[in-house]
Design a protein around this ligand. Sequence first.
Ligand code: NAI
Ligand code: MG
Length: 367
Amino acid sequence: PDNSLLILPGDGIGPEVMAEVRKVIDWFGDKRGIALDVSEDLVGGAAYDAHGTPLTDATMAKAQEVDAVLLGAVGGPKYDELDFSVKPERGLLRLRKEMDLYANIRPAQCFDALADFSSLKREIVAGLDIVIVRELTSGIYFGEPRGIIDDNEGGRIGVNTQRYTTNEIRRVARSAFELAKRRGNKVCSMEKANVMESGILWREEVQWVHDNEYPEVELSHMYADAGAMQLCRNPKQFDVIVTDNLFGDLLSDAAAMLTGSLGMLPSASLGAPMANGRPKAMYEPVHGSAPDIAGQGKANPCACILSLAMALRYSFDLGDEATRLEKAVEKVLADGVRTADLMQAGERDPATTAQMGDAVIAALDAS
Ligand code: NAI
Ligand code: MG
């Protein structure tokens, strides 16, 4: 396989963290013989500055062809006054829409050394490693009818429609089962089938995909409100959670707080399988372009490095190498190397972005 990867560093700290990812990619090439076919292009404000659009058609076409896209971050104060049609975020939205990335993957992984940053007690989260698969392109945020309409008595009614088709549920369920096969082989599906028709269909269709296509993966169902409770009470019981757009929005933000800093959180957005069987895929840190620290060497590159690890596992079928990279990050943290965002008040001498990247390389060398 070509293992083609399109890198889109973007704006602000995007290019800074991506420079450290480049070191990691070079290391895997030199030391592990893993040749990724890497190309790089502009997105967001950087693309607007060069071409007057946050994503050119040529870049869009390339994103459709490669095995995976790795994006840094887009946006910044310089672009705040631009017309909505050319705002940096529009580049990102176009990628998601035209690649039809319907499964948003948000891991909640809590490295032991950072357990004290969690909103929960150390023993509940230390060593946590779960992923939430959120349906991203349908459900109540898109369903029709929607709008604010007048009632007959001079008042108003706000209307949104939760609507899911069989196909929409089945395809995101498949994404979840495929991930589970590369991990702990366990999926928990969350909805509210007790009070929602769409929840009943969700439960039936996820069960159908399980019974017909993935009987070897363990499947359970949980009401989403109970799921929220269990995420806080005992999150380590889960491996992969699959849920709809609305519940996934809430549950993935809550899960993120189990793990600590924004600078540590990777993500992926997956679409339909391509001709080679791999899913359309874009990987990106959860954080934005962080204009408040951009250009100062303060950014934590780990979220972007861990996004590369996700690409290795889910797009390039290099799960062992992904684990090697995650273990290297874990070792760096255990050794006490910290960018400023990972320090408690009063701690001094943070590592720079480059020092953090170099420490990951040193840990890889020692692996
Ligand atoms: P942000 O995620 O960029 O920053 C929030 C806070 O976290 C800031 O204090 C920042 O310094 C810190 N932070 C974020 N990433 C960090 C890292 N890797 N290391 C250390 N500290 C880090 O969100 P904010 O400030 O709301 O948005 C800034 C810009 O980024 C805006 O233009 C926004 O539209 C854009 N944005 C882009 C996203 C993307 O490209 N996917 C996502 C979120 C925001
Ligand atoms: Mg949210």
